[in-house]
Each structure stands twice: as C-alpha cells, then as structure tokens.
Design a protein around this ligand. Sequence first.
Ligand code: ADP
Ligand code: MG
Length: 695
Amino acid sequence: MTTQSLESLPLTRLKGVGPALERKFSQLGISSIEDLLFHLPLRYEDRTRITAIRQARLGEFVQLEGQIGSTSVQFGRRRSLQCVMVDSTGIIHLRFFHFSAAQKNALAEGVRIRCYGEVRRGRSGPEIYHPEYRILKAGQEEPVPDTFTAVYPTTDGLQQGRMRGVISQALSLLDQAGGLKDCLPPEITRQFKLFGLTESIRLIHRPPLDAPLEWMNADTNPGAKRLAFEELLAHRLCMRRFKTLYAQRRAPALTEGGELVKQFEKTLPFELTASQRQVSAEIEADLMTSTPMLRLLQGDVGSGKTLVAALSALKCLSSGFQVALMAPTEILAEQHCVSFRAWFEPLGIRVGWLSGKTRAAERRQVLQELTSGECQLLIGTHALFQDQVQYKSLGLIIVDEQHRFGVHQRLSLRDKGGKDRLSPHQLVMTATPIPRTLAMSAYADLECSVISELPPGRTPVNTALISNSRRAQVTERILQACNSGQQAYWVCTLIEESEQLQAQAAEATAESLRSKLQNLKVGLIHGRMKTAEKQEIMTGFKQGDIHLLVATTVIEVGVDVPNASLMVIENPERLGLAQLHQLRGRVGRGSTQSHCIMLYQTPLSENSKKRLTVMRESTDGFFIAEQDLELRGPGQVLGTQQTGLMTFRIADIGRDSLMLDDVKRASEELSARYPESVDPLIRRWIGERLEFVNV
Ligand code: ADP
Ligand code: MG
C-alpha cells in the first residue's frame, strides 16, 4: 500500500466502485476514502440473532430466516409484490410496493432468505414492508454478525448493504495506511483528554462486542466524544471567522421609515403585542448603524415573527434599499409572498417572486427589475442567492424558519453584496426556541431577540398520549372528525436512512389507512414527490377535497391549513421534542379546539414517558426546549436533526452541552497558537456543506 493520503485517494480505488457509484457518493458529499470514513452511522441494528417468525412481535425490528413459500403480484389499490415466508415456527408476509421483475423471479418458491425489517399489521396478518433481505446460498450456513450493524445515511439507488461493504473496505485501507491525519495538535488532545482520531473512527464504524445499541450516543463511547468535540470545535472556529470578517464590513445605515411603519400599523386588524414592539425596537437600533446586523429572531410557532420581519423590511425600503426574504421551501415562500403582497402593495411597494421553478421570461423580468431597483422586495427560496441574481442595493436579508442549516451557512449568504460594496444586514428567524443557557454558549457570537408571548386569544392544542394498541380507536376518531367537516393529519415519523425509505413507509401507512377509511379521501405527501405534485396535494387539502393527509415530517414548517384540527403523530418517541412541537404547531390555527394524538409504541422507556408527558402538559416552546435538553440523556436514539438547531454529523448540542466550555477554550488556544490547523478542521467538518448552500 502506498502512503498516498486517504484524503486524496479516489473512491474508484475500492472494489466495485465505478463512475456511476462515484456519482451517487458525490451526492452525499463523499469524494475520497477519507470522506467515507467520516460518513458516520445514523444508528445500529441488532442482527446478531435470528428471531423465530412466531416470536416476531408487531412494531419490533427483527431478523428472520426462512424459505419463500410463494411469491405473487397483488392487485389492490396499489400493485405490490407479496412473498410468503416460512420457517419451522410460522408464516409472515413480505410486501414490496416497488419491485422489479428480476427481484420477483429471484424470490422464487423454495429460495432461502435472511431479512430484516419492522413487523407491521398487514392486510392478512403480520407483514414486513420493504425488508432489507439477502438470498442465502443453498446448503450453506451463514454466520450472523457478532456486533451490531451500522446503518448509514444513503441516497436513492445506493443500497445500505453496498454502503456498508464500501465503508468496510475503506476501514481496511485505513488499517493499512496506519491512520488518518490528525488536525489537532497532540498538546490539545492531551489537555482536553481526547481519544485518538483514527481509533475513534474505527470504534464508531465497528462497535465493540459489549457496546449498547445506542452506541453513537453512548456516554461510554470515547470515539463519539472525540469526534463530537472536534466537530463542535470546527463549527465554533467557523463561526468566529465569519463573525470577524463580517464585523469588518460596512452596511448601509437605515435611518428612514418611521412614517411608513406607522401608516402600515394602522392598516392591521390587531395591535402589536408588547413583545413584538420590543423586538422591533432592538432590530431597528441595529439597522440604524453601519455595522452589519447579525441577529437571530426567536419566537414560538405562531408568535408573529412575519410581522416583525415586515416592520424591519419597511425600515429598509424607506431608506431606499432592497430587501430579500428567503424561506426554505417553496410552499412557505409562497405563503409569505401572498401576505407581503397584501400588506405592501397598497403602500405602493413592488414585491417580486423568484424560485427555482420560475420560468425563463418571468425570471428575466424579475432579474431586470432587481438590477434597476424597481423591484424592492424579493421573496423566494434559495434561488434568491444564485449568482445571476444581482441586486441594485440590497440592504437587508431575512431568512425564515432556517433551523435546518447551521449558522455559518446562513452567514455565507452575506457575500451577495460583493467585495467592495456594502454588506446587507441579516435577520434570521427561527421557530425553534433555543434555551437561554444553550444560546449563551452555542450562539455566543450572535445577537438574539426573543418574542416571548403569543398574540391574545389562542386556544392551546389538547394533546393525548395513546398506545399503538388502540390504533383502531384513533382511526375511528379520525373518521368522526372528518365526517363532521374537520380535517386531519397523520404524520409518519420513521427514522429511516433515506428519503426513499421514509416515503415508502408513509406510502404503506396511507395504504393501510385507505383500506380502513374507505369513505374518506386520503392524501399523501412526502419529500420524494415533485413540487407540482406536492402543491396539488396541498391545494387539495387546503380546499378540503382531501380529508386526511398522511405525511412525513415535510409538513413540519410553514404549512397553514386552519380547518385541520386533528393531528396523529405516529411513534412520537422517535423524535426530539423541538420537532414534535413544530409538528403540533400545524394544528390549533382555526377557531375549533384542536387535538394532537401521540400514538406511541409500547413499551415506552421511562425517559420517553417523561418526554412525551412534557408534550402533553405544555405548549410553550421555550419550556419544552429546556425540558428536552434536561431529559435527553445518553442512550436516546434520535435522528440527526433532533435539536432542530443545527445539523451536525455527530455532535448533539443537548447531549454535548457540557463540552461547550472546553470547546470554547480549545478554539481560542487553537486560533492563537496553532492557526495553521484551523483551516483543515473547518474543511474537514464543514467544507463541502458550505459550498452546497452557496450555489
Ligand atoms: P410565526 O411566528 O409562527 O411565523 P406568524 O407570523 O405566521 O407566526 O403569525 C401567526 C398568525 O398570527 C398570523 O395569522 C398573524 O397574522 C397573526 N398575528 C401576528 N401578530 C399578531 C398580533 N399582534 N395580534 C393578533 N394576531 C397576530
Ligand atoms: Mg413563520
């Protein structure tokens, strides 16, 4: 083996990786062997034993081994491939909604397979939808693994098994190469008692025999600790760098606008809350100086952030500068466009719209109006920040519901102003309340404003915790609600490793609900659908043509259908409280009392019980966020976006909050004494994701 560093070693050096697969990996931001090693598991699965079919219980993930009894294509509402699988103890059905002819032929009668998946209640008894499976060679015993199996994030067309194989090859190369280049100087590693980098990587991909199933989050995993520390450090260094760069720039001082703001307020059918006033004043003070504002605006779901944004925008517009308002999804951006047009057009302000889908002619026109300054407020998605979009004089950028991106990723947008031009002020709005203690250490570099009250007259959503064993009653409840003219959501919250699998799980749920609720129109929405399809479904739901909307967590932000007053959240124990709070915020928007049913899977751990109880007893986002931090101890298997604040690969601000002080000290020492190690660290942990947001 040459000593060529793993960083520059192309993926095609691995067996079975050609250009096609290389492209798939690049979609995941993986272009070298080193990147592969840093592609960390989401969770682990226990495949160390085979469960007898008769012992496979509903809701459990099991590994089964047996023979195919028969395979047939079923024609119900949706075509599916059904395999009957048998072992010496019983029978179970495997069902595939997406399948190929080759797959069908391979799963012929008598073939032995080993499969893994979740047991669900199917049309004719227990079923596993889309199990991961492998055909076993005839007459050959296949050992089960000794340790837990890592599950990685993947993308369409890249099977979990393939991913595992490739990473395992990368680990062998790592062994041969003798390790990875450590960006941290030994002195820092020693001082903060950090585990070695190479050992940490190995430990995470290959959990030891006695590791708990929650190995990624385990308190006893020094590898996870080391990597989390390094990741938090990289983020901190990146934030410092942006903050420093930003402070050196000049922004326009926006001094006009008092009159227009007053005039606008008079047109509103309600009074601003005291909190909205307070926050607006804080922002206004920033906008009047020539240092670029960098402010985070927090406020619970429904607290009226949009209005605060509108007031800031007016300030900027009156001073003769343009405003850009960006939302993370087209659905949300469109809703803003409707509100701002209604508010601003009577005041003679020109509001433009731009998304990735805007047609060429219209696009040309908007771009031209932006350059000329005719278009004063531009609303849209990421498209607002593409290279061709040139503003005449951009004074303020407002980013809404941006909790999906890291802070510095938002900061990188500031470059839109160009090198020697004025930099715009930035207002970032997030609906995920950040507990004060956390904001102090994690966001110390950002200014922060908080809307601390909701407008008067809201009825809190009533929340019930119901065990999955009472699913039939819940379905009945939906039927009643919809028959009396209301609408409902059914949210599937499976943590799956790819959007494709999530979509499939939601499809399966929709299918089963359709067969039980024959008289209702059941719609389905998930992340894999085309924009037009999503819009069609959303419009159908808004207009009341669809009674029950089965959804993945794509509906989490911004969806606003006041007539929907019932929400069922399946497996709520799998989500972070912040995310549950966001989801629940989709109901309780109309005049009827709304209900949220959290349909949990038994048995519920003590900790999950406490967490869900918090949801039942409170609708206060800040309180919930604080409890979330307190209750989310190690051993909690959650998705990567559990806090909703930042997307980390391994760090978890809640779990790792005790590290933050050390991270801060390390970042200061590193900047002062080892400035040369800063760049490689930022590049390793954040590098490619920055570019991604910059496109
Ligand atoms: P969020 O903070 O979740 O973005 P919105 O800005 O969408 O909340 O506001 C939610 C709803 O509350 C909107 O319908 C808005 O018109 C209304 N609203 C905002 N401010 C007030 C207020 N001061 N009094 C009454 N209703 C308000
Ligand atoms: Mg909002």
